[in-house]
Design a protein. Structure first.
Length: 264
């Protein structure tokens, strides 16, 4: 299960983004790969930068293979009570491909939680179901909007990668404040180095992680970016999902092939 993703994560490509949580604090005694408050950062001229990893499930830098999307969706289904789910909440942008696959398989509606605010520029009208969420991560602060999730709904939140946990926590808290029950959360890849699990737990909820990736060192390339050596852990949720996915994926592939033959 998720063999392509596992190969990518062994030595993962990274981009360095200024870590905004330090609010201008500098560390002139550090340079390059550094550990600050137990977390890995890349320090340049005293300024800490967050290691932003890029891989297939969470970034637009690469093509998304049908197999990885299907296996990710099937894994989410294997660790969630889908019969109790009313709405799948997809964090824009990169949860959308996985959640689309999940919605089609589970026959459950998907609500995109994204940056677009729906407002009439003349009257100022906004939809009564629109919920504003302030999203803070280790490298940016933005506003997200959730629409058309009725109060009383059971929502499954899916995130392709979790780092600081700020998105999941803030989305969960705002949905719960509006009478929506976040019944489960699943992330495909988690970065425990940046304490996402602890942050999510501040909402009173927990998050299920399939793969945990620990950054061990940084190697810069000649063209201005680099790679991190990692240690990848298959979690208990991965091991629970793996036999289900390995059994179900070939059936989906066979069905897709028959469909394509029928359309040809």
């Amino acid at each position: 299960m998720l063999e392509n993703l596992l190969r990518e994560m062994e030595k993962v490509e990274v981009f360095r983004k200024v870590a905004i949580e330090f609010k201008g604090e500098t560390f002139p005694e550090l340079e390059g790969w550094s550990i600050i408050d137990g977390m890995p950062y890349h320090v340049v001229d005293g300024v800490p930068h967050y290691y932003y990893i890029v891989e297939e499930v969470s970034e637009r830098l690469f093509r998304h293979s049908p197999r990885t999307l299907d296996e990710s969706a099937l894994a989410v289904m294997a660790v969630t009570d889908m019969e109790e789910v009313d709405v799948i909440g997809a964090m824009e942008a990169m949860a959308i491909p996985i959640c689309t696959s999940l919605s089609l398989k589970a026959r459950k509606p998907m609500a995109v939680i994204g940056k677009r605010k729906y407002v009439d520029d003349v009257s100022g009208y906004t939809p009564p179901t629109q919920i504003e969420i302030v999203k803070t991560t280790g490298y940016s602060e933005t506003r997200l909007y959730a629409n058309d999730i009725p109060p009383g709904s059971n929502v499954l939140l899916v995130e392709p990668i979790s780092s600081t946990g700020g998105t999941l926590r803030m989305v969960t808290e705002r949905l719960e404040e509006n009478g929506i029950n976040v019944m489960d959360m699943v992330t495909v890849v988690g970065k425990p180095d940046y304490k996402y699990e602890e942050e999510v737990e501040r909402s009173g909820k927990g998050v299920k992680t399939l793969l945990k990736v620990y950054l061990k060192s940084y190697e810069e390339t000649g063209d201005g970016h680099g790679y991190c050596e990692t240690e990848v852990e298959k979690t208990e949720w991965f091991r629970k999902a793996e036999p289900v996915v390995d059994a179900m994926y070939p059936r989906y592939q066979e069905t897709a092939e028959r469909l394509l033959e029928g359309l040809g």
